[in-house]
Design a protein around this ligand. Sequence first.
Ligand SMILES: *Cc1c(COP(=O)(O)O)cnc(C)c1O
Length: 409
Amino acid sequence: MKKAKKLTSANLIERSNRVLMNTYGRLPVAFIRGQGARLWDPEGKEYLDFFSGLAVGNLGHCHPKIVSAVRAQSGLLFHTSNIFYTEPPVRLAELLVKHSFADKVFFCNSGAEANEGAVKLARIYARNCRKDERVGVVTMENSFHGRTLGMISATGQEKVKVGFAPLLEGFRTARFNDLAGVAKAAEGWAGAVMLEPIQGEGGVIPATPEFMTGVRKLCDRLGMLLIFDEVQVGIGRTGEMFAYQHYGVEPDILTLAKAVGGGLPLGAVLATNEAAAAFTPGTHATTFGGNAVVTAAGEAVINAIGFEKILSNCRRQGKTLRSALEKFAARYPGIREIRGRGLILGMELADGEKGQQLVRQALSAGLILNLTHGNVVRFLPPLNITSAEVSRGLKLLEKCLAEVYGNQK
Ligand SMILES: *Cc1c(COP(=O)(O)O)cnc(C)c1O
């Protein structure tokens, strides 16, 4: 028998480019194994992961509790369809309800699908419960809500829309953190306002407290539902289970995906009883949404965050990382600003090219960073990252900054 050829990065990249559609502009690195905040390529090179698969692996790679929950559930039952009852989605929904404003949960498979569900819920709520035709949704400039036709229509960034017209009607954008702008866009037309408490893809831009409070009041005054898209910042990323909890402002509907499934595809729409009542049998559905295996993984995620002091670790490591980044910003004029909360931090650069260089240098030094919005280096390490790992990442970053900008100050 011929011995199977050993997998190499080069071979994997070449085969991938041959058969997978070219939608991602991938970095030239392949991974075969992960553990905690570390990843390995086929040649055995180790990387420190400050990206977490885009805020998905909040507990790091292959967390033992998630692995064992998935193993146990996949030996029992994967999928029955949502026309029957199974226990794992109920257990996860109970946890999400316990930790949030929400009374009810709808499970789906992704962030875009969760946002589609949220917008459908807001529209049918307006028609069937509030009994009027103001079903528009105001979203924010610079927002990101996903890649379906509906959600590129909702998203306030031109670049996701180019080439895909005709788009969906029913969305208007207003400037983020501009309450008067939202009021103007909404008046007499909108049934809901949808926003990210921290714009992630938009370059890690937090909502101001005044804006959050003001939008809540506006929604109450005009009878609109408030939707928070916490697909990127929910599930502990900011140092609270949900980002809205920093503001003392509750939404009517909140969407989740990314981290909630611990690496398996899971999204969720959370809502108050009042809003959720608009969905009745037959109005909304999805085949896979929240099957037994993915929700067993989600349950392990929420329990681990609850029991392992992960939120306090996230706040502590976030502070360390942030103050180190601020020191870099004081040293390098090319760094404009450090923003974010907990372990979603953005370092805005004057020059996006330098950002690309920095991400590539870091990658070859064994540190995974990400560039978003053209010129914002985004830090999304796992929430259970250790102090030693944070300092190692910072050492590598310091070296790369010196390589890209020269030794300054
Ligand atoms: C990633 C993201 C989405 C889209 O999620 P998908 O799972 O890729 O569909 C939507 N909203 C926000 C804020 C996101 O960060």
